[in-house]
Write a protein that binds this ligand. Structure first.
Ligand code: SAH
Length: 396
């Protein structure tokens, strides 16, 4: 068995880079703490503990972070309290928009110079944010731009939560024309492998789902955690008592191919990872989403559709096919549409619910697998003519 150097499942270290260096911790933020911890932090400043609830209500409830707007805090303490609990964590470097402004990607610089991206997607009935859980990624999937650069570090709980709160504020202020003003869904499908940053991702899920002022008050069912298939972590997630949706990036139904497309398969095989995913589904009652990037002449053969159909038939699972998005230097293309349609047909014939994911954000390199956080280029650089190609929604 090939030993993969990339798997660091000990999520106790906040930031150990892939070459073993310890990255510096981001400043503590109220989203790292539960309400009791925030109260203690405020009391340490010599302020009344209930101020913690007020600041939390501004941040999570009213989506406000400017101390000047926190008029219920005494003017003399505002600066000290907000400096202690709301240090700026995400500094926008570049924002790109497409689809008439309903798809927006932001590149953030973190306190130590690390770069991450998040994508906001507005639809007529919902607003979804795709968040990053790590700067870079150590999973090395060859078709994914994030995977090419390696892992820089884990994000802190607050660095994850703040991506969502930031965009929730934008949505509330009407940034997405024709879309609801309430952000309702979060997908952990940005940069990084969420289950390799397990403790912080779970803390972020709890913070996002607890009602204000403790958290943002989203529904657990509207949160999707996507994984390459770290089996021990999936099993641990099964015990958490959460009802988030699990997405499994399968991409191949056979070990020979999956060993190359998703290198972690060298450690946990298709049968084992599906077993863990099915157990998650059985425990939570939540249908598992099987992610499958359609790569021309690589994984799109009819026999692979049939094999996948046999593996999933009768299970609490559905397949989400993702037309391969282009990444720099990649030798692979998306499958032709007729091949994709035949793949869908065979899966459905096996009784497996199947959809094709929309390729939202492709024009701004904001679609699946395209987040690479290069800071090159100017603001607005690629915005010209982007509106021509509104991607097809989950049509098939
Ligand atoms: N590490 C997690 C979270 C990333 S989610 C995971 O792999 O699940 C991003 C999703 O997009 C994953 O399903 C990933 O396999 C897929 N993806 C990566 N590169 C892609 C590409 N070039 N085209 C289409 N999908 C891609």
């Amino acid at each position: 068995m090939t030993q993969l150097p990339v798997l660091n499942l000990s999520s106790t270290a906040t930031g150990t880079t892939s070459d073993g260096r310890r990255a510096s911790l981001p400043p503590r933020h109220l989203a790292d703490l539960d309400l009791a911890g925030r109260r203690a932090a405020v009391a340490e400043l010599g302020e009344q503990a209930f101020r913690a609830g007020q600041v939390s209500a501004h941040y999570f409830g009213r989506l406000i972070r400017d101390p000047a707007e926190m008029t219920d805090l005494p003017a003399r303490s505002r600066a000290a309290i907000t400096e202690a609990l709301l240090p700026p964590l995400l500094h926008p470097v570049r924002e790109l928009a497409t689809d008439n402004g309903t798809t927006r990607k932001t590149l953030w610089r973190l306190h130590d110079g690390s770069l991450v991206e998040s994508v906001l997607m507005g639809y007529p009935d919902r607003v979804t944010v795709c968040v990053s859980s790590q700067a870079g990624c150590g999973m090395a999937c060859p078709f994914c731009a994030t995977g090419q650069a390696g892992l820089t570090r884990n994000l802190s709980t607050a660095e994850i939560v703040d991506q969502v709160v930031w965009f929730a504020g934008q949505a509330a202020r009407g940034a997405l024309p024709g879309c609801p003003d309430r952000l309702s869904r979060v997908v952990f499908m940005g940069m990084g492998e969420p289950l390799a940053n397990y403790n912080r991702v779970i803390a972020a899920v709890r913070r996002l789902t607890e009602p204000a002022p403790e958290g943002l008050g989203l529904s657990q069912r509207h949160i999707t955690v996507s994984t390459v298939g770290l089996v021990p972590a999936i099993r641990r997630l099964t015990q958490e008592g959460l009802s988030v949706t699990l997405a499994l990036s399968l991409h191949a139904p056979d070990d020979d191919l999956r060993d190359t497309l998703v290198p972690v398969n060298q450690r946990w095989k298709v049968a084992e990872v599906l077993d863990a995913a099915f157990e998650y589904a059985a425990r939570t009652g939540r249908r598992v989403s099987i992610e499958y990037a359609m790569i021309r002449d690589v994984n799109d053969h009819p026999w692979r559709a049939d094999l996948l159909g046999r593996l999933l038939s009768g299970r609490l699972a559905h397949v989400n096919l993702i037309p391969l998005n282009p990444t720099p230097g990649s030798k692979w293309d998306a499958s032709p549409k007729p091949v994709e349609r035949e793949f869908v047909r065979r899966l459905r014939a096996a009784g497996v619910a199947t959809t094709v994911r929309d390729t939202r954000g492709r024009e701004i390199d904001g679609a699946c697998g395209q987040l690479a956080a290069s800071s090159g280029g100017k603001v607005g650089e690629r915005q010209d003519g982007l509106l021509a190609r509104r991607a097809n929604e989950e049509t098939q």
